[in-house]
Design a protein. Structure first.
Length: 159
C-alpha cells in the first residue's frame, strides 16, 4: 500500500461521500473504488471474487465489476488523448489537482455537447503499472460484507 492515494485515504485526508441508496432500491451502500484482482479487498476498494470460488452470483458480480472498470478506463483514455496535461504526474497541491481534473471534465463534456461524441473517439493506449499486493491475514469482514451486498444487488439489477 505504497501509493499516495492509499496514504490520503488511510490518513483521512480524502473521504468518500456518505452512503446513498443504490438505484431502484431501498438499499444503502457506501461509495467504493473499483480494482482488479491485483488489489486487496478493502471496505472502499472492490475487487473480483477469486476464480476458484465462483457461483453464478459471484460470476455476475465479476462481470459487472469488469464492465464498470472498462467503462472508466475508456473514459479516462478519451480524456487522456485530448488533454495531455494528465499524461504526467501533477506537480501541485491536491486541491488544485482536483479542480484541474474537474475543469478538464467540464471542458471535455462541453466540447462533446457542441461537436458530438463520435468526433472524439480515437484509439488510445494507456500504459499502466503492474501492481502487486500481498494480503496479510484474512479478508476484512466489513469488506466482504460490502462486496456481498453489491453482488446481491447486481444479481437483482444486472448492468
Amino acid at each position: 500500500m505504497a501509493s499516495d492515494l492509499f496514504s490520503f485515504i488511510d490518513g483521512k485526508r480524502i473521504s468518500f461521500p456518505e452512503p446513498d441508496f443504490l438505484p431502484h432500491s431501498n438499499v444503502t451502500a457506501q461509495y467504493v473504488m473499483l480494482g482488479d484482482e491485483a488489489y486487496p479487498l478493502l471496505p472502499y476498494l472492490m475487487k473480483p471474487y477469486e476464480c476458484n470460488s465462483l457461483t453464478d452470483r459471484r460470476r455476475n458480480f465479476n462481470e459487472s465489476l469488469s464492465t464498470a472498470r472498462k467503462t472508466v478506463e475508456c473514459a479516462f483514455g478519451i480524456l487522456y488523448s485530448k488533454w495531455r496535461i494528465i499524461s504526467k504526474a501533477t506537480e501541485t497541491e491536491v486541491e488544485l489537482a482536483d479542480k484541474t481534473v474537474k475543469c478538464i471534465c467540464v471542458l471535455h463534456n462541453t466540447i462533446i455537447e457542441k461537436e458530438g461524441f463520435e468526433r472524439h473517439l480515437i484509439d488510445v493506449t494507456v500504459q499502466s503499472k503492474s501492481v502487486a499486493w500481498q494480503r496479510q491475514g484474512r479478508l476484512p469482514t466489513k469488506a466482504k460484507n460490502i462486496r456481498g451486498l453489491f453482488s446481491l444487488y447486481m444479481e437483482k439489477y444486472p448492468l
